[in-house]
Design a protein around this ligand. Structure first.
Ligand code: AMP
Length: 295
């Protein structure tokens, strides 16, 4: 495994990989901000299974943090991360400095209009512009055949798929399921800033989503009533302040009023537990619902 810090070197390494050897060689990219956990590793495992070469990028991207956010305090653990990725047989870690990604005079940004301003984008102005810009750069530098992302960041997956489609970027975006702690709490690098009590309280997020899933399975179609179920359940946990719960389609995050038997619906939420902001989501699939003879 080699750790690469410079974008020029990263580009020339992958160019060679693609040319070397007989026949087609596939390259998989797993973009991360480091402080790796099982969620990230599930992406790495799948990339390893499917691709000839695996690149994991580790870059805490300043452009996706707001002025009042936790950029300075975001966990950075390159030594530990490197040890983990060695065990997973990763070929390259791309760990650039800020200057390497945003050199002096950098002035070109990628923005997916509309959806980037909704939900997470409304709560975090400029966040998705930062995400799409850095992901576009990574895809340009590495030109992977596949890039792996987690359903944990549901809106991010939708925004990135849109960008790749709109800009005709030749990479297949692969989305993998959310990995959770035993309590149901979605794994996140930010969980490290929760104390034991807060961690326990944070489990209420998934419990709320599961309550909605149960109601949906028993035939509840109303998005309003389903989101109320999430709200009421989470409100029972005083340690959690819910910011929003949204029920939307899964392609463009358009709000839904009534769920139907033909389309998946995405229930996504954000909440604060102490000073830590957490997100979670669940997909309600018609396949999970008992169908009546007439439906
Ligand atoms: P981050 O380091 O938070 O930018 O995450 C890097 C990638 O890992 C993103 O595609 C995330 O969606 C994904 N990821 C983070 N947490 C999880 C999780 N609990 N389960 C699955 N994927 C995750």
């Amino acid at each position: 495994m080699e750790i690469i810090n410079r974008r020029q070197r990263m580009s020339s390494v992958v160019r060679k990989l693609r040319r070397d050897g007989s026949g087609e060689r596939t390259i998989g990219l797993v973009p991360t901000m480091g402080a790796l956990h099982e969620g990230h590793l599930s992406l790495v495992r799948e990339a390893r299974r499917r691709c000839d070469y695996v690149v994991v990028s580790i870059f805490v991207n300043p452009a996706q943090f707001g002025a009042n956010e936790d950029f300075a305090h975001y966990p950075r653990r390159l030594t530990q991360d490197t040890a983990m990725l060695t065990d997973y047989n990763v070929d390259y870690i791309f760990a650039p400095t800020n200057d390497e990604i945003y050199p002096r005079g950098f002035s070109t940004y990628v923005n997916v209009e509309g959806l980037s301003n909704e939900f997470e984008g409304a709560a975090r102005p400029g966040h998705f512009r930062g995400v799409t810009t850095v992901v576009a750069l990574l895809l340009n530098i590495i030109r992977p055949d596949f890039a792996y992302f987690g359903q944990k960041d549901a809106q991010q997956t939708i925004v990135i798929k849109r960008m790749v489609r709109d800009l005709a970027i030749d990479t297949e975006i692969v989305i993998l399921p959310i990995i959770r702690e035993a309590s149901g709490l979605a794994m996140s690098s930010r969980n490290a800033s929760l104390n034991a009590e807060q961690k326990q309280a944070a489990a209420a997020l998934y419990a709320g989503l599961q309550a909605a899933e149960r109601a949906f399975s028993s035939g509840e179609h109303s998005a309003k009533r389903l989101s109320d179920i999430v709200r009421v359940n989470i409100a029972r946990e005083p340690g959690v302040q819910l910011e929003y719960v949204a029920i939307t389609d899964t392609e463009a995050m358009r709000p839904i009023e009534k769920l139907d038997n033909d389309h998946d619906a995405l229930v996504s939420l954000a909440a604060r537990v102490g000073a830590t902001r957490l997100i979670d989501n669940i997909v309600l699939s018609p396949a999970k619902r008992p169908r009546t003879p007439s439906s």
